[in-house]
Each structure stands twice: as C-alpha cells, then as structure tokens.
Design a protein around this ligand. Structure first.
Ligand SMILES: C[C@H](O)[C@H](O)[C@H]1CNC2=NC(N)=NC(=O)C2=N1
Length: 92
C-alpha cells in the first residue's frame, strides 16, 4: 500500500509543483486574496470528503499549503496522488 521512493519520484514527475517532504506530498498554492484561499480550501474539503481521504491544510494570507499522506499506512499511497490530481483541477 505504501509507495516506494522510486514510485513516488516517478509519480511526482507527472504533477506540477508538488514535492515530497517527510513522507508527505506537499504544494503551496498562491492566491490574490485571503478569501480566494479560503474558497479553494472549501473545494478541497468537499473533494476530500468525497474521496474519504483528507489533507492537512494551512491557510495563510494569499497562499494555501496542502499536505497529503496516508495515515493508515504511515506514508504516501496511491490515494495521496489521486487526491493531488483532483486538487490540481480545483484551482481555476
Ligand atoms: C478509517 C480511516 O480513518 C479513513 O478510511 C480515512 C479518513 N481519511 C484519511 N485521510 C488520510 N490522509 N489518511 C488516512 O489514512 C485516512 N483514512
């Protein structure tokens, strides 16, 4: 269930701006306003509920940090990459 570092490296090349840090996928998204970031977080939360897979989210002024890891397996799994792909579609 946990992906190897080789698999993670390969999968990361298909994602824009994501990186691995301490067995977590992470990306920082930037927004013109604080509320744009909040609205982005709301869209992520809906997708997370849909997937039953939940990221850690940090809302800052003008940016949102998204961190994904699979607690059940203690590392990065397929679910993390799947949700990252979905999150990439939510920025528009
Ligand atoms: C029972 C278990 O908590 C659920 O299957 C889901 C909920 N959301 C989750 N989110 C994340 N990031 N990791 C999990 O292991 C996870 N488990």
């Amino acid at each position: 269930m946990k992906l190897s570092s080789k698999e993670i490296k390969n999968r990361l090349s298909g994602l824009n701006g994501w990186k691995e840090e301490n067995s977590t996928l992470m990306k920082t998204y930037r927004f013109p306003s604080y509320m744009d970031g909040v609205r982005f977080v709301e869209r992520i939360a809906e997708a997370a509920e849909e997937a039953n897979h939940h990221p850690d989210l940090l809302i800052r002024y003008g940016q949102v940090e998204v961190r994904l890891t699979t607690h059940d397996v203690g590392g990065i799994s397929e679910k993390d990459f799947q949700l990252a792909q979905v999150i990439e579609t939510l920025t528009g």
